[in-house]
Design a protein around this ligand. Structure first.
Ligand code: 2P0
Length: 356
C-alpha cells in the first residue's frame, strides 16, 4: 500500500509517547485472509470496543542504531512478537529514516494471547504511540491500514463503540479499513467476559485461519454467506434491535467455530465450561433476559447484555464450575494518546529515561 502523500510529519523533535487502547470483540467475525499479502481480511467484521480491559504502551525512538528493545508485561517479548512489532515500526520509520531504534514497553491488564483480543489493543496502542513519537500525522485510513497489516482486528480498536472493518475491493488493501458505526454512549450495553483459562492458546488466530481456509470444506460457504450477516448486524445496531443482533451474532460465532472445527486437524478452542456457559446464556434468554454469547479463538465466553440483565448474567456465569472469574465491561472509547501527566503502566522505564 502507499502511505504518501497524505501523511505528513507534524514537526518537532523525535520523542516518546504513550497510548492506551482497548480490546474489541467481534459480533460478526473476521476469520480468514485474502491471498496476496497485506493481511487483508477475507470477510468484513463488526465489533464492540470494550472499556474494562486495556493495553498501555510507551514508545521512544533513540535516534541511534541497534535493535529495537520490546518489553511486554515487564519481560522481553518473544521472537514472534518482536518480529511483528518491528515490522510495524519499520513501516513507520520509512517516513523518518533517522528515527533509529525504538524502546517499547507495553502492559495488558488482562490475559494475553488467550482469545481476549490482546493483539487488537496491543497493535492499536503501539501504532498510536509510535506515530506520535515520530511526530507523524497519518490519515485515518492510513492508520487503519498500518494497524491491519500488523493484526487484522487491530483497526477496530482504533475506534470506540460499534465498529465495522471492511474487506475492501482494492488489490493494494487501501480500502480494507475500519469505520465507527455507533458511539459507545448511544447503546449502553454490557459485556461480561467469563474467563475459563488464562493460558495462551496453542494455535494462534493467524495459523487457525490459514489452516481453516486451506483444509475446511466450509470455507467457501463462510465467505459467501458473510455479507448477509454484516447487513443484518448493521441494521440491528442502527435500530438498537437487541434480539436481531443476538441472532446474527450467535450465528456468526457458531459458524466461525464450525469452520475452525472442520479444518484438518480440527481447531477446537472451547473447553467444557465454554459449552456450559453457552447453554446457560441461551437459557437466560429463554427466561426473558436480554443476553447473547460470542466466543473468539479461545475458551472464554463473552455475554453481551442489557443493564437489566446484568445481575442475572453475572450470577449464572459465576455458578458454572470452570469459570474462574468475570471481567465486566461496557462499550469503550477508541485508542488515544496519554497526556504526559497521565500515569502509564506500560511506560515506567521509557518515561524515566526521557525525564532524566
Ligand atoms: C475477530 N478473531 O473477528 C476474530 C474472531 C479471533 C476470532 O480477529 O492474524 O489476532 O493478527 O490478523 O487479529 C483474531 O485475529 O489475527 C480475530 P491476525 P487477529 O475478532
Amino acid at each position: 500500500m502507499t502511505h504518501s502523500p497524505r501523511s505528513s510529519r507534524a514537526g518537532g523533535t523525535l520523542g516518546q509517547a504513550c497510548a492506551v487502547a482497548h480490546p474489541n470483540i467481534a459480533l460478526v467475525k473476521y476469520w480468514g485472509k485474502k491471498d496476496g499479502g497485506g493481511n487483508r481480511p477475507a470477510v468484513g467484521s463488526i465489533s464492540m470496543t470494550l472499556n474494562g480491559m486495556a493495553t498501555q504502551t510507551c514508545v521512544r525512538f533513540t535516534g541511534s542504531g541497534g535493535d529495537d528493545r520490546i518489553r511486554l508485561g515487564g519481560a522481553e517479548a518473544d521472537a514472534n512478537t518482536h518480529r511483528r512489532v518491528r515490522a510495524l515500526l519499520d513501516r513507520l520509520r520509512r517516513y523518518v529514516p533517522d528515527a533509529g531504534a525504538a524502546e517499547v514497553e507495553s502492559v495488558n491488564d488482562f490475559p494475553t494471547g488467550a482469545g481476549l483480543a490482546s493483539s487488537a489493543s496491543g497493535f492499536a496502542a503501539l501504532l498510536v504511540a509510535a506515530e506520535a513519537a515520530l511526530g507523524l500525522r497519518l490519515s485515518e485510513d492510513e492508520r487503519s491500514c498500518l494497524a491491519r497489516e500488523a493484526s487484522g482486528s487491530a483497526p477496530r480498536s482504533l475506534y470506540g463503540g460499534f465498529v465495522e472493518m471492511s474487506t475492501g475491493q482494492s488489490p493494494d488493501g487501501s480500502d480494507a479499513v475500519a469505520r465507527p458505526l455507533l458511539p459507545p454512549a448511544d447503546w449502553p450495553l454490557h459485556v461480561v467476559v467469563a474467563v475459563i483459562r488464562e493460558e495462551e492458546k496453542e494455535i494462534g488466530s493467524g495459523e487457525g485461519m490459514r489452516r481453516s481456509f486451506a483444509t475446511s470444506p466450509y470455507a467457501a460457504a463462510w465467505v459467501s454467506s458473510h455479507p448477509a450477516d454484516l447487513v443484518e448486524a448493521r441494521e440491528a445496531i442502527r435500530h438498537h434491535d437487541f434480539s436481531r443482533l443476538a441472532a446474527v451474532s450467535e450465528a456468526s460465532c457458531l459458524k466461525m467455530h464450525a469452520l475452525a472445527m472442520s479444518a484438518r486437524p480440527g481447531l477446537l478452542y472451547w473447553r467444557g465450561a465454554t459449552v456450559e456457559a453457552l447453554h446457560e446464556i441461551v437459557a437466560l434468554r429463554r427466561g426473558g433476559h436480554e443476553v447473547f454469547f460470542t466466543v473468539d479463538a479461545g475458551p472464554q465466553v463473552k455475554a453481551v447484555c442489557t443493564s437489566e440483565a446484568l445481575a442475572a448474567v453475572r450470577e449464572r456465569l459465576l455458578s458454572i464450575a470452570g469459570v474462574r472469574r468475570l471481567i465486566v465491561c461496557r462499550l469503550g472509547e477508541g485508542a488515544r494518546l496519554l497526556a504526559p501527566e497521565e500515569p502509564c503502566a506500560g511506560g515506567r522505564d521509557v518515561r524515566r529515561k526521557v525525564n532524566q
